[in-house]
Ligand binder design. Structure first.
Ligand code: ATP
Ligand code: MG
Length: 422
């Protein structure tokens, strides 16, 4: 059973907008055991959209299409599906009522183009949209089940979960996906360490790497004699092996990201966190606060970009700054301890580095980053020279610093008074 993804919009084909919908949908469908073999983006052109719908529906059991369901003249999807099917459209009174109700709530008048969003190809099943005005729909094109969702990612993803997943054709065999996340190992190393597991456990292993973090997906398809519980058991055993072979690099089982894992740990330890960020400019703070419930452990952060802020706000001694420079182990440690103290937190995390592209020197090249974690018992510091552009260096620095915090939170208590953790 194969699936195709179709994203519609001239903004996509002109490069004004990155197609994140396809990636998200492909990940979801793959996790559910469907095989996505084609992803196509088309501009707002009737002929090309109709041709694509006809071609994709011939070769796939499922099409998921996003975009072009809105009220504007460039929103062509409904009309194109009707043309592809050789049918007219009908106005759905329930959808019309919702459009009027939403407009009333926002104090807007409903225009004829808004009402157009209640039109669907004859024979379509309407899929309601709880997060926006454009409803979606599904139709059967020959042997293919086709779903049409709005382009706005948060509307699209909610509707995929609510309407598409329960309506997907049965894919035959059972299927399960388990996820683990690791940090710090190179992709090739992860691959080598996991060699042999696929055949041993009759599973498929998938990898996704970003900013030194690697997600490992263990996918298993049920055998005819296997129950769901047995399948899950087999996949879990394989995932145990993955965890064992990757050792302390694994920080999450189940797909939680590092900031989320840290949040869980800080809550469990009834501890709080304060940040002092220089070259990451608040990135870590952003990640931490993206996790719901962060107020339970996140005290705040200082973006101490200028040296004066490092000294005046965080209390980094002038002498240390002058002696070692802003990008140094000593300053990172002092920043972390300062953040811990002034923010009244149990743990202080600090990052200082040269994000580039300018400002590097021979002894302190672009990409050099020092970070430190000050805990109740001791302070650890680390450094690395990251490659990549400014944003990549910032992301890698932020991830690395968070992983050092993770290690401290996971470490057994009573370490030495002060350690250099390189
Ligand atoms: P609307 O009612 O908002 O107009 P729509 O179904 O017509 O919904 P589009 O007009 O195609 O959707 O896109 C609306 C917005 O959704 C775009 O401006 C863009 O921000 C986002 N979007 C559309 N397609 C994609 C995509 N493939 N990936 C990521 N974002 C997208
Ligand atoms: Mg639109």
């Amino acid at each position: 059973m194969t699936c195709a993804l179709l994203t519609i919009g001239t903004e996509l084909t002109r490069g004004d907008l990155n197609d994140t919908n396809s990636g998200w949908l492909a990940d979801q469908l793959t996790s559910l055991g469907y095989e996505v073999t084609h992803m196509l983006s088309i501009d707002d052109n009737d002929e090309r959209i109709v041709a694509a719908l006809l071609a994709l529906s011939r070769d796939h059991e499922v099409i998921v299409c996003t975009g072009g369901l809105g009220p504007t003249t460039d929103d062509r999807t409904t009309a194109c599906v009707a043309t592809a099917l050789g049918v007219g459209t009908f106005r759905d009174l329930a959808s019309l009522a919702i459009i009027h109700k939403l407009a009333l709530n926002f104090g807007r008048v409903v225009s004829p183009s808004n009402e157009k969003q209640a039109d669907f190809p004859e024979g379509a099943t309407v899929l309601t949209n709880r997060k926006g005005t454009a409803p979606g729909f599904s139709v059967q094109i020959g042997a293919c089940k086709a779903f049409f969702l709005p382009g706005v990612p948060r509307e699209m993803s909610a509707m995929f979960r609510e309407h598409v997943v329960p309506r997907l054709p049965n894919r035959g065999a059972l299927f399960t996906t388990l996820r683990l996340r690791s940090f710090g190992l190179a992709e090739a190393e992860v691959n080598d360490r996991l060699a042999g597991l696929e055949t041993e456990h009759n599973i498929i292993i998938g990898y996704r790497a970003s900013h030194s973090e690697i997600e490992v997906k263990v996918q298993a398809e049920g055998r005819p004699d296997e129950s769901q519980a047995e399948l899950h058991q087999r996949a879990s055993l394989a995932a145990d092996q993955v965890a064992l072979r990757l050792g302390s690099a694994v920080f999450s089982r189940g797909g939680a990201r590092l900031p989320e894992v840290l949040g869980g740990l800080l809550v469990a330890l009834k501890s709080t966190l304060g940040l002092a960020e220089s070259c990451t400019g608040g990135l870590v703070s952003e990640w931490i606060t993206q996790v719901p419930g962060a107020s339970r452990y996140y005290r705040g952060g200082v973006v101490s970009y200028a040296n004066a802020v490092k000294t005046q706000v965080l209390g980094v001694p002038d002498t240390i700054l002058h002696k070692y420079g802003a990008v140094s182990e000593e300053v990172a440690r002092s920043m972390a301890e300062g953040a811990r103290r002034i923010l009244n937190a149990d743990y202080g995390l600090a990052i200082t580095g040269v994000a580039g592209p300018d400002g590097g020197t021979k002894s302190k090249p672009v990409g050099l980053v020092h970070w430190a974690v000050a805990g109740p018992l001791h302070t650890v510091s680390k450094y690395a020279t990251f490659h990549g552009d400014r944003v990549q260096i910032q992301n890698r620095a932020a991830m690395s610093a968070l992983f050092s915090l993770y290690k401290m939170l996971m470490a057994p208590p009573a370490p030495p008074a002060s350690t250099q953790d390189n």
